[in-house]
Ligand binder design. Structure first.
Ligand code: PGA
Length: 251
């Protein structure tokens, strides 16, 4: 029986983000000392912004990312990487422009892949993850509907990186940043639950009142496709790093 995810409730989102940045920093430096790479799975959204700010600060204090390889969880389809809401833009403006990671070590699903090329592209993305030895540490957020990446309610646990449809809650949550729900892309490329469960360590960040109910649900024993984050109960090395508000409904 795998171990249920652990949860750590911090005094603030900053404190939780610093704790995860410190874990990442230790991984990156210990790998560098062994002459090895560290492979990070990264997430977007409002939640990890403080984590990336902290990693930039640690870089300014001397932490090098020259041995780091990253794979982002997901990307909208059909908007192009120059779109202000693309995850490509998000990652570059919050993290990659400010650290010494090599451009060829950054992997973000490409929002501009043609329809005919999508299947092959997803297979190649998954293959690149395996070729570098798999993901050491995957950072996740959680949607109010329990999604992880764009693995929306109903997602099965057996899929690798694939194309998916966005759920209504997800579209509504993104409506403001796209200037109306009609402008939100309907599809995305996402790592699948299988990809995420393949990471050796997973840390899920959740902050604020709006996440309290879903965090409580995701940590209640019992796996259901209706709450994709419950699949993390099958992982064995997952931790939830919460602020007090997101952890308020836990015992
Ligand atoms: P958020 O999104 O960080 O903007 O709350 C999290 C998610 O949908 O995974």
């Amino acid at each position: 029986m795998p171990q249920l995810p652990s949860h750590h409730t911090f005094s603030s989102p900053e404190a939780a983000s610093e704790a995860l940045a410190s874990e990442i920093s230790n991984l990156v430096s210990s790998r560098a000392a062994e002459g090895r790479s560290a492979v990070l799975g990264l997430a977007t959204g409002s939640t990890p912004i403080r984590l990336y700010a902290e990693l930039v600060r640690l870089h300014q204090q001397g932490l090098s990312f020259s041995n780091v390889i990253t794979f982002n969880l997901d990307e909208y389809l059909g908007i192009g990487k120059d779109h202000p809401e693309s995850y490509w833009q998000f990652m570059h403006s919050h993290l990659f422009e400010h650290i010494d990671i090599a451009a060829e070590n950054i992997h973000i699903p490409d929002s501009g892949i043609s329809e005919e090329g999508l299947e092959e592209y997803c297979t190649a993305y998954e293959k690149k993850i395996s070729e570098v030895g798999g993901i050491d540490l995957q950072v996740l957020g959680i949607g109010r509907n329990g999604h992880i990446g764009f693995n929306e309610p109903g997602a099965t646990p057996d899929l690798p990186t694939h194309v998916t449809e966005l759920n209504k809650v997800t579209i509504n949550d993104a409506a403001d940043s796209f200037g109306g729900s009609e402008n939100v892309p309907r599809r995305a490329i996402t790592m699948g639950v299988k990809t995420i469960l393949g990471a050796r360590r997973v840390v899920l960040l959740a902050f604020g009142n709006s996440k309290a109910a879903i965090v409580q649900r995701a940590l209640t024993p019992g796996v259901t496709a209706e709450v994709p984050a419950t699949y993390l109960q099958l992982h064995g090395n997952t931790a939830y790093f919460l602020d007090r508000e997101a952890g308020a409904q836990l015992d």
